[in-house]
Design a protein around this ligand. Structure first.
Ligand code: TXE
Length: 490
């Protein structure tokens, strides 16, 4: 069985304690590789390697850092098909999604930050006629990068690329549930000639390897994407140590459809925002608010399409819905279907496990599920389920749509569908979310700030925000020479 290795100091190495965890293929339920169960001693080695590499990397010209990151992007593209397959096997997502979304985006992340750093500039402030202040931005040192299982290479590269582009060195801890493409990335970084220790990848569980990284005194910067509960735990460790932290956490995102929306566009995009990646995207639109006058028409088309989504072997081309990522996630989603029934929800389609035969007969599949009849304050409408489950909630007025949209602890993203431009602007201002999409979903521009509000997180990533996050601004104030005649020279 294939053994994944840690990437430390430029080498692929086994965990010091020699312990491994089984890595399961969710589509079959069977183990197919082993992932290091690293502990604090492996994290210590990773941090030591990052520290050793830091003095040279942080002074390496931006053009050279850029060249190396561009080389990584090229290698991801050269190996795109292999990586897509690896991501599909590891996560259970349809290979066509890995091919069209995860892997191209991982390459774009490297390419984007490799070139962004060439254009990154800082401010200067002239203080009357007395002085000039300029902002010196320096890398912050060693960054800890912790990523989840839903978009493994996509989200890991979203952190690695800006951290390295700005001259930090890093220790990354991918999700123990989906480690394979991070391992492949470490091989590609070696091939690209990334200097040893600039990036280190330590595999293992959250409580062991993750917590050791978060708590490490030499890791002063932490970028985390994952569950809200874990984010709170990480914040509680980082706050007393005054670490700089960005937390991208869960979502319970509203998808608001007004009667004047163009249903031909709304329905296919809402299918994607509900069920892409089996609903395991932090940006998934899991609560659909529909203006009551079109609810019936919308549901008819939406449910009909949801019923025809092809649930199957993720490696088959025709598959639109793959497996849930793990037994724990499968059980969690199934338990929410039970809660939905107890709360009085009406299940219009799905609501149970799907059986996919052949090699996938032991796989973790759930049929796309649409639920109506649940109030905004029900558990199903309040808690992040993170599976192929959406609720549909009718509304009569704009105010009702806004208050429903804002009625959860989360605030990551929202979609609004309307042809009324004034209304679109009003909602964009009133909805509590880090991103509001008008007449679209997940249309991403890597330059824009990205992150949530409320329990969806703190700190923004993306574009300049990421370059700023991974650098520390220092103000340098230079007084103009004093004119012996009394004033300041000008
Ligand atoms: O995430 P965790 P899990 C949500 C989703 C899901 C729930 C739990 O609702 O059902 O979170 O998923 C590492 N110190 N999202 O348990 O635990 C862990 O090893 C340091 C939303 O997989 O948050 C992994 O690398 N690190 C989400 C990463 O944190 C720790 C994506 C995320 O794992 C740690 C995924 C600790 N104490 C899940 N504990 C999104 N919004 O994109 C765990 N980790």
């Amino acid at each position: 069985m294939k053994r994944i290795l840690n990437y430390i100091g430029g080498e692929l190495v086994p965990p010091l304690g020699g312990a491994y965890l089984p890595n399961l293929e969710p589509a079959t339920g069977a183990p197919y590789s082993e992932v290091p169960d690293s502990d604090s001693s492996d994290v210590e080695r990773g941090v030591a390697a990052a520290q050793e590499a830091y003095p040279v990397w942080s002074r390496t010209p931006a053009s050279e850092r850029s060249r190396l990151l561009l080389r990584v992007a090229e290698l991801i593209e050269d190996n795109a098909e292999d990586l897509a397959r690896a991501e599909s096997v590891d996560t259970g997502k349809p290979i066509r999604l890995a091919r069209s979304l995860d892997i191209p985006r991982a390459a774009s992340n490297f390419r984007f930050f490799a070139t962004a750093i060439l254009h990154f500039a800082s401010e200067s402030h002239a203080t009357d006629h007395r002085a000039i202040n300029y902002t010196l931005r320096r890398p912050r040192g060693i960054a800890g990068l912790i990523s989840p299982w839903n978009l493994p290479l996509y989200l890991l590269s979203w952190k690695i690329a800006p951290a390295l582009a700005t001259g930090n060195t890093a220790v990354a801890k991918p999700s123990e549930i989906t480690p394979m493409t991070a391992y492949r990335l470490s091989e590609l970084c070696r091939e690209a000639g990334l200097p040893p220790g600039v990036l280190n990848i330590v595999h293992g569980t959250g409580p062991k390897a993750g917590a050791a990284l978060t708590g490490h005194p030499r890791v002063g910067t932490l970028s985390f994407t994952g569950g809200t509960k874990t984010g709170a735990e990480i914040a509680s460790v980082c706050a007393p140590a005054f670490k700089k932290v960005a937390l991208e956490l869960g979502g319970k995102n509203p998808n608001i459809i007004f009667a004047d929306a163009l249903l031909d566009e709304v329905v296919p995009v809402s299918i994607r925002s509900s069920f892409d990646n089996q609903g395991q995207i932090c940006l998934s639109g899991s609560r659909i608010f529909v203006e009551r006058t079109i609810q019936e028409k919308f549901l008819e088309r939406f449910v009909e399409r949801a019923k025809t989504l092809v649930v199957g072997d993720p490696l088959e081309e025709a598959t639109e819905q793959g497996a849930l990522v793990s037994r724990a996630q499968f059980d969690k989603v199934m338990s929410y279907l039970q809660v939905a029934r107890q709360e009085g929800g009406r299940i219009l389609c799905g609501g149970d496990a799907a059986s996919v035969g052949g090699r996938c007969s032991g796989g973790l599949f759930i049929r796309p599920t649409v639920i109506t009849g649940l109030p905004v304050n029900s558990r199903v409408n309040q808690e992040e389920i993170f599976g192929p489950v959406v609720t549909v909630i009718p509304f009569d007025t704009e105010d009702e749509a806004v208050s429903g949209a804002n009625a959860t602890p989360y605030g990551l993203s929202a979609s609004v569908w309307t042809q009324n431009l004034s209304r679109a602007h009003r909602l964009a201002e009133r909805i509590q979310a880090g991103t509001v999409w008008i007449n679209c979903w997940m249309l991403r521009d890597l330059r824009v700030p990205f992150g949530g509000v409320k329990s969806s997180g703190i700190g923004k990533e993306g574009g300049l925000e990421a370059l700023r996050f991974f650098t520390e601004p220092r103000n340098v104030c230079i007084q103009f020479p004093v004119d012996p005649g009394g004033g300041t020279a000008s």
